[in-house]
Design a protein around this ligand. Structure first.
Ligand code: ADP
Ligand code: MG
Length: 271
């Protein structure tokens, strides 16, 4: 048994407005261990972002419970950092100031650090994402991929135990996306104490590349959870060409398409 850091028990969530109620999550159960890289996969509208927002503490369960390190989640916390699809940097601050500001804000509730220290930390993390040459640029002067790198550096610089990522590369083109997937694996892998990552994606290949476990969602619910017991990096040709990989990938494809694979083959789709 691993060391549980996130425990979701019988979680249901309904969005309520004046005269309507919409059930977005129904009876979700999931335990995530420290240092695990979890990918949540499912089609648009199935509740992935809602689930992440509950982990973030922005939405509270309608019933059931979510605990982090044994404590019920009642709001956002410094042990969690988030990266979204949109870059969410302050447009009037340089890349360096964006990261340093977040580091200072985050440290207010724990050990307070000086402005100078926050800039040193920010420089270190911008260098880890190869953006040293761009640290004095405003977000508007950076490409989308670079802005997302700054957002990743900002999240990592706050040194959270848990990193919550909601389709962080969804708006980027394939090549930049490949680079950033490599970058996030590098940052995750080289930490002495690996961060626990919950990463939402609707891209199965992205999930196979990144995850220790893939959580498949159908509307409102978890449908299946699959261990990716492969040596890392999962992208290594020796891994990808192994019978274990191929067998696992077939299984994942079937789950991804909810067992409708035969249908797809019948229609001659090329996958
Ligand atoms: P996903 O991230 O998987 O695309 P979401 O978690 O964003 O799905 O949404 C799940 C369902 O909840 C969708 O049907 C969506 O329309 C609905 N929903 C999301 N946010 C709200 C909200 N604030 N109020 C009402 N319904 C919402
Ligand atoms: Mg979403």
């Amino acid at each position: 048994m691993g060391d549980a850091v996130i425990e979701i028990k019988n979680l249901s969530l309904s969005y309520k407005s004046e005269n309507t109620t919409y059930e977005a999550l129904r009876n979700i159960n999931l335990t995530i261990n420290r240092g695990e890289f979890i990918c949540i996969v499912g089609s648009s509208g199935c509740g992935k972002s809602t689930l992440l927002s509950v982990l973030e503490g922005l939405n509270l369960p309608t019933s059931g419970s979510v605990k982090i390190n044994g404590q019920e989640v009642t709001g956002p916390g410094v042990e969690r950092a988030v990266v979204f699809q949109s870059y969410s940097l302050f447009p009037w601050m340089t890349a360096l100031e964006n990261v340093a500001f977040a580091v200072r804000e985050n440290s207010r509730k724990t050990t307070k650090i000086t402005k100078r220290e926050s800039f040193d930390i920010a420089r270190t993390f911008l260098s880890r994402v190869d953006l040293t040459a761009f640290e004095d640029k405003l977000p508007g002067e950076l490409s989308g991929g670079m802005q997302q790198c700054v957002a990743i550096a900002r999240a990592m610089a706050c040194n959270p135990e848990i990193l919550l990522m909601d389709e962080p590369f969804g708006a980027l083109d394939t090549k930049i996306r490949d680079n950033l997937q490599g970058l996030i694996l590098k940052l995750w892998g080289e930490e002495e104490k690996k961060k626990t990552v919950v990463f939402v994606t609707h891209d199965l290949n992205e999930a196979v590349l990144l995850a220790d476990r893939i959580v498949f969602m159908i509307p409102k619910q978890i449908y299946s959870i699959v261990d990716i017991n492969l040596p890392r990096p999962h992208s290594h040709p020796l891994v990808k060409e192994s019978p274990e990989y191929k067998e696992l990938y077939q299984k994942l494809l079937r789950l991804f398409y909810n067992d409708s694979l035969e249908l797809i083959y019948d229609e001659g789709a090329n996958i």
